[in-house]
Design a protein around this ligand. Structure first.
Ligand SMILES: Cc1cc2nc3c(=O)[nH]c(=O)nc-3n(C[C@H](O)[C@H](O)[C@H](O)COP(=O)(O)OP(=O)(O)OC[C@H]3O[C@@H](n4cnc5c(N)ncnc54)[C@H](O)[C@@H]3O)c2cc1C
Length: 389
């Protein structure tokens, strides 16, 4: 609730210009806030020199809980890697808030995956196990997610930044009238305010912005795959499986006639243990064929920078970086890649990075654990020959 103390207000009108939504006007030389328009952003509170405007956040958020809830995504009974990564980060957040980590999952025959969620850190799992829900449906999943959140009243809700998560999370945020920070690379709890600090790259990856949701609940974020650490499953962990029963009829149940899978080879960079990636320095499609040979010998995948994609040396699905995939392999070999901030944003989760570059000052060497200053066209054939022998 926003309030103006008319006795304290001196009519300076500074608040008028501060309101991005035009919600403030002067009535008889006192500030007056239109609550229909006001979003409680707090800009007027900060600028008022007389402390005449206040927002009682407690009224808005005190009834909400502190628990952390994650959306666990499954396809054909297999959990998305990012959902397990969310459990890892979610467990830490719940500990820092002194609360409980919940997960909800939608589909059919969810007993086994519910157990797996517990072994990866969930303390309470809410399966919505109904016939016809194994395939993703926008409106039905949105309705279920909103019902669960409304009933559990968590303080924080996290989604993977997958195609489904990116479709679902904004719809849920809109229905619940709360904020959403997309594509977070770091999440933590403010030790004093106990609110969620949601950090993500912005301005083309040149700066990291930390975003908060001070006056709405739940605090919602999506997180990219491969950015957070994957928790090791621990079969000794125990938790509660509480099937969630919908109280309202489901919206938008359609009949699926057929699911047609795309014919192209699935690119699973997020799961690859070894990635051989190339950039402009690789020089040609033939150069990428050599990277492919090296990747095959190592049992890995080929990937590349945005330049490599723009030059059509590799498919769009193989781009690594801020606008491509975030990857977390054991070994990432960067060949002829300069290591721009946008590219490095995608390899934060890589355990070991080896770089080959002709320029000893290339930024990739700051991220690399091993570096070779040299020409990829000479070094890759040498590596292939060494592996073959
Ligand atoms: C909003 C935004 C989002 C972006 N998202 C992404 C993204 O997701 N992923 C991404 O990769 N980029 C992204 N970019 C582009 C990014 O800024 C860089 O332009 C890009 O990463 C550079 O690609 P590169 O390293 O292949 O090419 P360059 O920067 O041109 O580097 C080529 C490197 O190859 C070396 N080299 C040249 N010849 C050889 C040789 N024969 N042997 C060995 N080394 C050699 C050079 O010394 C140089 O270091 C984004 C940019 C913006 C603005």
């Amino acid at each position: 609730m926003i309030a103006v103390d008319v006795d304290a207000c001196t009519g300076c009108a500074l608040c008028l210009g501060s309101c991005p939504f035009g919600a403030i006007s002067m009535v008889r030389e006192k500030a007056s806030v239109d609550r229909e328009i006001c979003t409680l952003c707090g800009a007027c509170v900060e600028i008022c020199p007389d402390g005449a405007i206040s927002i009682k956040k407690a009224d808005i958020i005190s009834s909400e809980g502190k628990d952390v809830l994650i959306f666990a995504e499954q396809r054909g009974g297999e959990l998305a890697r990012v959902s397990l990564e969310l459990l890892g980060v979610g467990r830490g957040l719940a500990t820092d808030c002194g609360s409980t980590l919940h997960a909800f999952i939608i589909g059919e025959n969810l007993q086994v995956v519910s157990e797996k969620l517990i072994h990866c850190g969930a303390q309470v799992v809410h399966p919505v196990d109904l016939p016809g829900l194994s395939d993703y449906r926008t409106s039905t999943y949105t309705q279920i997610a909103c019902s669960i959140i409304t009933r559990l009243r968590p303080g924080i809700v996290l989604f993977g930044a997958t195609a489904r998560g990116r479709d679902l999370a904004p719809r849920v945020a809109q229905r619940l009238n709360t904020g959403l920070t997309a594509d977070c690379t770091e999440l933590s709890i403010d030790p004093v305010e106990k609110i969620l600090l949601q950090t993500r790259p912005t301005f083309g990856g040149n700066i990291m912005a930390t975003i908060i949701t001070p006056s709405r609940r739940p605090q919602m974020a999506t997180v990219r795959e491969g950015v957070m650490e994957l928790p090791e499953p621990d079969v000794t962990l125990t938790g509660l499986v509480k099937p969630f029963a919908m109280e309202t009829p489901l919206e938008g149940i359609h009949e699926f006639c057929e699911v047609i899978h795309e014919k192209r080879r699935a690119v699973t960079l997020g799961k690859a243990k070894i990635i051989v990636a190339g950039g402009r320095g690789v020089g040609s499609p033939q150069g990428f064929e050599l990277l492919g040979q090296l990747a095959d010998l190592l049992g890995g995948e080929v990937a590349g920078s945005r330049v490599a994609v723009e030059k059509q040396w590799i498919e769009r699905e193989r781009q690594v970086g801020q606008t491509g995939s975030a990857v977390a392999p054991d070994l990432y070999i960067a060949c002829g890649i300069s290591g721009s901030v946008q590219h490095r944003a995608g390899i934060k989760g890589a355990r070991v990075v080896a770089a080959i570059n002709t320029d000893p000052d290339a930024p990739i060497f700051h991220r690399a654990n091993f570096g070779i200053v040299g020409d990829v066209r000479e070094i890759i054939p040498l590596l292939i020959a060494a592996l073959k022998s």
